[in-house]
Design a protein around this ligand. Structure first.
Ligand code: HEM
Length: 421
């Protein structure tokens, strides 16, 4: 670290959660690989420059297996690192390394294909339309309609979408919504409710997998059971853990893509007007580049998930010891001026936009095609059907959810006067 530099900014405060970008700019400049004490008490390295971030995400010496964490608190389950609770559902793609990771990822990729996602597009459109119908119906003839876009739109869309895709019958989907809601509300907080929700989900998934084995359909769970690679199949536990990680990794991320994305558009009226004009002209080019830009500008995953050094290594000129946790700050890397010209400007038409919002390397987001489909459908439908959507509160009143990994709003109150069907 540069001796002449001022003290590092305070991280993980309320102000930081509201706008972490100035602190990240400071770190990128003065302490690009920075050791800090997290709110849980664990010490970890934060990696904030784009080049270092890409290198770290692809570095096989950084393991995803929490057993490599060299910290006594880990054994007591106090670090907030999900994999430390040895629950069966936690042995999933984001907590394992090759060769196990290679085998499981190959198997899931046979079932969760871009083609399956593409075929799902009409269903996502239907779900999106239905949620907007419900918001509009509440207006009930009043001149002005109001809604909380997080709870009434961004939250239900991904949970119903992934439930449908997995093959969870409609009558059970509200249970999933409740369990997922518990996890999102208390992700970093009290363990009791979250642990109970995980347990219920585990029981439910085990039974569903059993039923699908008896009577397969063309849903994703049946696909996971059937998937085979050189004669290998997923065990029932592996299939349940896989369904769980698809739900878990695909839920809050997509809520935040929609929430953060709509919020950014509402705060950049000229960009939003350009997007609305291009949608009205039937052109989806700006929508496609725009969703990527929203991921770069204020993406759902602020920090990539935990990594642990399995041997001594040097990153950005900094020595990292065996067992040290490393957290790659995707949100900081994606605003690195050495990679993105004018990084703090939202430019929906930005080209050469290789952001790290979906990660990089062997753990690159498996659900990116589904996330893109949901994000594009949600934004296009919302802006087309509620064209004069406005924030209903001053931005200073908005609160961001706490928690280390994800970045998302608690609520997004909006109002609208006109709507199209
Ligand atoms: C906008 C929405 C999303 C964002 C921003 C996002 C972001 C990410 C990121 C950054 C990673 C890598 C984490 C790391 O290396 O530490 C990841 C991995 C993953 N994502 Fe996503 N994700 C999104 C949606 C989804 C969806 C919809 C699904 C599935 C339904 C999904 C499933 C996964 C899985 C299974 C992994 C682990 C892959 C592996 O370890 O091989 N994600 N995602």
């Amino acid at each position: 670290m540069n001796d002449a530099a001022p003290e590092p900014p305070e991280l993980f405060t309320w102000e930081f959660a509201t706008d972490p970008y100035p602190a990240y700019a400071w770190l990128r400049e003065h302490a690009p690989v920075h050791r800090t004490r997290l709110p849980s008490g664990v010490e970890a390295w934060l990696v904030t420059r784009y080049g270092d971030a890409r290198q770290a995400l692809a570095d096989q010496r950084l393991s995803k297996n929490p057993a490599h964490h060299d910290e006594p608190a880990h054994a007591k389950g106090k670090t907030g690192i999900p994999g430390e609770r040895k629950a069966e559902l936690m042995t999933h793609l984001l907590n394992i390394d090759p060769p196990d990771h290679t085998r499981l990822r190959r198997l899931v990729s046979k079932a969760f294909t871009p083609r399956r996602v593409a075929e799902f597009a009409p269903r996502v459109q239907e779900l999106t339309g239905r949620l907007i119908d419900t918001i509009v119906a509440k207006q009930d003839g009043a001149a002005q309609g109001e809604a909380d876009l997080i709870h009434e739109f961004a939250f239900p869309l991904p949970i119903y979408a992934i439930c449908d895709m997995l093959g969870v019958p409609p009558e059970d989907q509200d249970d999933f919504r409740d369990w997922a809601g518990m996890m999102i509300r208390h992700g970093g907080g009290p363990r009791g409710g979250v642990a109970r929700s995980v347990k219920k989900m585990r029981g439910y998934l085990a039974e569903l997998i059993h039923r699908k084995r008896e009577a397969p359909g063309d849903d994703l769970i049946s696909g996971l059971i059937k998937a085979s690679d050189h004669g290998e199949h997923l065990t029932e536990n592996e299939a349940a853990a896989m369904a769980f990680i698809l739900l878990f990794a695909g839920f809050e991320t997509t809520v935040n893509l929609i929430g953060n994305g709509v919020y950014a558009l509402l705060r950049h009226p000229e960009q939003r007007a350009r997007l609305q004009a291009s949608l009205a002209a039937g052109d989806s080019t700006l929508l496609e580049t725009g969703v990527e830009e929203l991921l770069r500008f204020d993406g759902p995953v602020e920090l990539a998930t935990w990594r642990f050094a399995t041997e001594p290594l040097t990153l950005g000129g900094q020595d990292i010891g065996v067992g040290d946790p490393v957290l790659v700050v995707l949100a900081a890397a994606d605003r690195d001026p050495d990679r993105f010209p004018g990084p703090d400007v939202l430019d929906l038409a930005r080209r050469d936009n290789q952001h790290l919002g979906y990660g990089h390397g062997i753990h690159y987001c498996l659900g990116a095609p589904l996330a893109r489909l949901e994000g594009q459908t949600a934004l296009a439908t919302l802006l087309t059907r509620l064209p004069d959507l406005q924030l209903a509160v001053d931005p200073s009143e908005l609160r961001w959810r706490g928690g280390l990994i994800m970045r998302g709003l608690r609520t997004l109150p909006v109002r609208f006067t006109s709507q199209t069907s």
